[in-house]
Structures are given as C-alpha cells and as structure tokens.
Design a protein around this ligand. Structure first.
Ligand code: PLP
Length: 427
C-alpha cells in the first residue's frame, strides 16, 4: 500500500492543508496521535511538541476536560444556524469579563475572519481607506494584511505581498511601518491621519519569534488613533489568554478599540472572536440594520463553544499560567546557558510560555534586527533537535510554546538535546 503521505500528495497540493505544514528534512510526516505534550507519527516516531500547532493547545493536546466538554456538546445540540445557544451567551459574557476592551463580541471560526471583519468595520465606521500594519506582523490570509511578514532584507520598506493574486490597489491601501518606531507612527499620522481607518498590530509580534513592544510605542499608537479618530486594533490571536487572561492589553494597560482573538481560546478547536467598543460592534449586521455585513455558517458552533468554555474555565481555575511561565523561564535561561557554554552567539527571548532562540546578538526591537539572525543555524539546529524527539518548527524565526502538559523532565530533555543539536548544527 502506498504511504499515506504519497497518497496525500496525489490529491492535496503539497500533501498538506495549510502553508508551512510541510517540513523540509522531515519527509512523510503523517500524524497519528497527539496527547499532552507529545505527538506521534505513522512511522512510530514520537516528538515532544513545542510547535503546538502555531499556538492553540495551551493546555496540551487533547486535554481530557476539553475533550469531555466537546463530547457532551455533541450529544446536546449541533448546528442550527438560527438564534443563539446558552454556550454562546456564556462565552461572550466570559470574553467581555476577561478582556478590557471587549464590551460586545462576535464569534468567528478563525483568526483571519476576525481580523478581516475588524478592518471592515473600521472602514465602515470611519469612511476611510487606509490600514496601517507593521513589518513582521501576521494577521491571517486575507488581502489587506497579506504583506510584509517575514521579508527578505531588500524587501523591507517596500510592499512585500506574501501571495500572488492580490490587487495592487488593495496592497496600496495598507501602509507598512517598522514595529516599535513611535516616530514613524507620528509621521504616518501627520501625513495620512485623515485617511487612516485602522491601525492593526500584534502587540507582541510572535510571527517572527518575539519582539517585545515598548510601552512608549503602544502609548503613541493609542494617542495618535484617538486624536485622528482611527480604530486601534490589537490582534491578540496569539497573546490573548496565553500571556494573560485579559491579553496584552491587560499587561500593558493600553486599551484598543477592537480586539481579535483565536488560538488558545479553545485549545485547538476552530474559534476566533472579534470584540471591542459597543458602538463599533453594533455596526455589524448581526444587529438588524447593521451596515457592516457579518456572517459565518459555523460561527458559534456548539462543540467549539463548549471547547472554549472548558478551556477558559481551566485557565481560570488551575495554575496553568503559573506552570507555563515558570517552565518557559527555565527553558529560556537554560538555553541561553547552553549556547553561551558553546560560545555560540544567541539571543534567547520570549514571554511567558513562548520562547525563541535567535542565533545573533541583541537587541531584538524591530524586524530589521532579526535580519542578523543566522537562518541556516536556526533551521539546522531545529532539524538536529528532531533527531532527539524534540519538535520546534524548523522554519526561520518561528517561536516555540510550552503547554500545561510539559514537565520539568521535558525541559531537562530539551536542554540536553539543545547542547548536542547546537554543536552539531554549528558544524
Ligand atoms: N493573527 C495572528 C496574530 C496569527 O498568528 C494568526 C495565525 O497564525 C492569525 C491572525 C490568523 O488566524 P487563523 O490562522 O486562525 O486564521
């Protein structure tokens, strides 16, 4: 019988269902089991998983409480596509209680849909054209934000789409600025303020590893948006619930007008959410007469909502953040020591449960700084980690995550593997 991966390539372009799931150097990866901090493949290989599907399973894979809630939902109500369920109300109330900016909230199935609708309603509210995003931030696959994520050095400072097939006039309606550059923000508002509908950012750009935001930068964004009447959107699809139950806005004390959420809300089930100021949210067509069209067949799907409620309950009731923050710090400190002991220039950074080791010297304030990272070493090191059964995605600048299911023994194993992988990768 043909290997499943081979069959997949016959009928699925590239054999996988999303970009960046096909890993050079790890051929024929067919996943068969995932539980806790580990996954296994059809060849019997087992990996301690720090990739975590780009972020959702903060509790670990197939968390038993989340799985039980989903099974129970499957016995109660599936999708009726009319009215509302008790779970949707409870989830909306919980999000409004936890996230400072959220007065009203709508559910989507993905983070991309949430950011799409955030920009749509910002344009609807302001009647303006331009969107500001930052180099290194990713907000999903739709056209307005599909540019300038991981750019080659010569593309920084120019429009750099991540896809073909996007109308140039759509790209031109997005201004791209350097992250953590308050002066560039002030200049953009001085020049275009009257036409800026929205500013969208990952408050911590984790799609390029980890650039920690400077408080003055966030304060400038808030002040300029308020002054110009532009909508400030925090895309907390990664930072939300993972770094704090109230997201980065609770950590920084800067309240955006709209917040997009996803990933860790439901520990792996497909959910996104868009919430914020009531006057903006009331523009959506979920309210009869709302001028900004909003729809989605699967929005608020009961099993997904049950997964979210079970996840949020566990995040509130158990010491999840305490555990992942402690383990994350242990790993960051341990990796820095490992690389230093080998005389390998490295900057190990991150926040809470997220860690990334760049092979460069600091600082890491802006995307430009990350151009100093030794991409060959970054990828080579992670490929060597695979030989030790440790999975950190072997693609340049990708972050890694600790879950509630990872243990100190897992951290010990990672640090041992790191020493061997780094010295071999250096060659
Ligand atoms: N926003 C951020 C910050 C993300 O990291 C992602 C996905 O990685 C998205 C939005 C898009 O979310 P989704 O993949 O659920 O559409």
């Amino acid at each position: 019988m043909k290997h499943l991966a081979e069959r997949a390539r016959q009928v699925i372009p590239g054999g996988v269902n999303s970009g960046q799931r096909s890993i050079p150097g790890l051929t024929d990866l067919v996943i068969t089991h995932a539980a806790g901090a580990r996954f296994r493949d059809s060849q019997g290989r087992e990996f301690v998983d720090y990739h975590a599907a780009f972020g959702p399973p903060l509790l670990g894979h197939n968390d038993p409480d989340v799985s039980a809630a989903v099974a129970e939902a499957g016995r109660t109500v599936d999708l009726c596509g009319v009215g509302v369920t008790a779970g949707e109300v409870e989830l909306a109330e919980t999000l409004a209680e936890l996230v400072p900016s959220v007065e009203k909230v709508l559910l989507t199935s993905t983070g991309s849909e949430a950011t799409f609708h955030a920009l749509r309603v910002a344009r609807a509210a302001t009647g303006r054209r331009l969107v500001v995003k930052f180099q290194g931030c990713y907000h999903g696959w739709h056209d307005a934000v599909s540019l300038n994520v991981i750019s080659a050095p010569e593309k920084v400072g120019t429009h750099d789409p991540i896809s073909t097939g996007i109308l140039p006039e759509v790209l031109q309606a997005t201004l791209v600025l350097p992250f953590n550059d308050a002066e560039a923000v002030r200049r953009a508002f001085a020049e275009h303020g009257d036409d800026i509908a929205a500013v969208i950012l990952e408050p911590v750009p984790h799609n390029v590893g980890c650039l920690l935001p400077e408080q003055e930068f966030l304060e400038t964004l808030r002040a300029e948006c308020t002054r110009a009447g532009s909508v400030l959107i925090f895309d907390e699809v990664i930072t939300g619930f993972r770094h704090h139950l109230g997201g980065w806005q609770a950590i920084s004390g800067i309240t955006p007008d709209l917040t997009t959420m996803g990933k860790a809300i439901a520990n792996g089930y497909p959910v996104g959410a868009l919430g914020g100021r009531a006057d903006l949210m009331e523009l959506f067509s979920s309210r009869p007469g709302g001028p900004a069209f909003f729809a989605g067949t699967y929005n608020g799907q009961p099993a997904v909502v049950a997964a979210a409620l079970a996840t949020l309950r566990k995040l509130r009731e158990e010491p999840v953040h305490e555990h992942v923050f402690r383990l994350g710090e242990r790993i960051r400190t341990g990796l820095a020591e490992v690389f230093a002991s080998l005389d390998i220039p490295a900057l190990v950074t991150g926040y809470g449960s997220v860690f990334v080791g760049y092979f460069m010297t600091g600082p890491a304030r802006t995307y430009d700084d990350l151009l100093r990272n030794d991409a060959n070493m970054f990828i080579g090191y992670r490929r060597r980690l695979l030989e030790h059964g440790v999975f950190e995605l072997p693609l340049n600048l990708k972050r890694s995550h600790v879950s509630y299911a990872h243990t100190d023994a897992d951290a010990d194993h990672l640090l041992e593997a790191a020493a061997s992988a780094a010295s071999l990768a250096r060659g």
